[in-house]
Ligand binder design. Sequence first.
Ligand SMILES: [Zn+2]
Length: 373
Amino acid sequence: MLRPVARLVCLLVACCLVVAGSGLAAPSVASSAEPADMPRDGAQSQAASLLDFDETLRWLELCSGPLSIPLLDNKLCTHGPDPAPAGYDAALPVLPLPNGEANDALETVVCDGDGESGSRIQVLYVYRAGAENRLDRVRLSLQAWAAEADRIVQASAAATGGERALRFVHDDQCQPVVRAVEVPAAAVGGFDATITALKRAGHNRPNRSYLAFVDSTSAGICGIATVWADDRPGGGNRNNTGPAYARVDAGCWDGFTAAHEVMHNLGAVQHSAPNASGGFHCVDEWDVMCYADAPRTSTRVECPNRADDLSRFDCNNDDYFHAAPPRSGYLAHHWNAANNRLLIGATSQSDDDKDKKDKKKRKRGKGGKGGRR
Ligand SMILES: [Zn+2]
């Protein structure tokens, strides 16, 4: 079976990394207590390695599943590239939108606070060193595609009787801010390398999801994103903390692919969901997150509106997104992406409170299963 083998390989790689002491960040507790250039003594070094090892095991546990790919350089997780939707070719760049169409799309963006504080989606324009920085020409379209992704969130929440919207880093005109990032040419070729370059440029905040529109078709990527296999309900879910990264390449620049990748960042679709594919997608179409993501995976139509394939999250709202899930349903007891802090209208604060109460209960010996799958 692929999964045990892949897991074993990952564990071996992780062990080698720990032994070599390369690539893995030392825990902040250990590193903050000493000057950076002071060598550790043996006991300190051993303790740090154990912490590194524990942290690595935890990371791999959060990257479970037959299609999961640990991103070794950044200790993140992805399911790999998503295929291009019908009508798109990852090798053919999408043209900018007409200004009128783009401006119309931007009318639905919701402002929140100062546009900077708290958990937010940061839109990036990424281009390789030596290539032209086209941000001035494509900024309005990138903002519009981000807004279209947000519109899918808003419509999906409204369909469940609630309100949610992507909380963007936005300007005082309520438009998503797009920051340009020049990265080394080699960083465009792979997702892990892209993330490394973005982090080096300062885009590494734990309260950010970075929606990176990459101005290239050379990698053959349509869209790809980070996600964690963590189905625990409540604010402590790993998907509620970043940094998270969603990448959309120039052949697939549009609202649909941006929405799909951002929804992965929000924590969809968990493997335990009733209609999960096992690869962070679903199989009950029509739905933005559903498709046959492996040769032996098949889909079935449970929501007959074909347009929902490009415009609506969570057919029947029983797998990953519901603004007010029924108490008896799966989402009342597992991770619900509608509660992610990155969304305006989410209930993460109350979930945090609930987490604390649950922890107190467990300490008193009243806890349930008391752990992840
Ligand atoms: Zn996907």
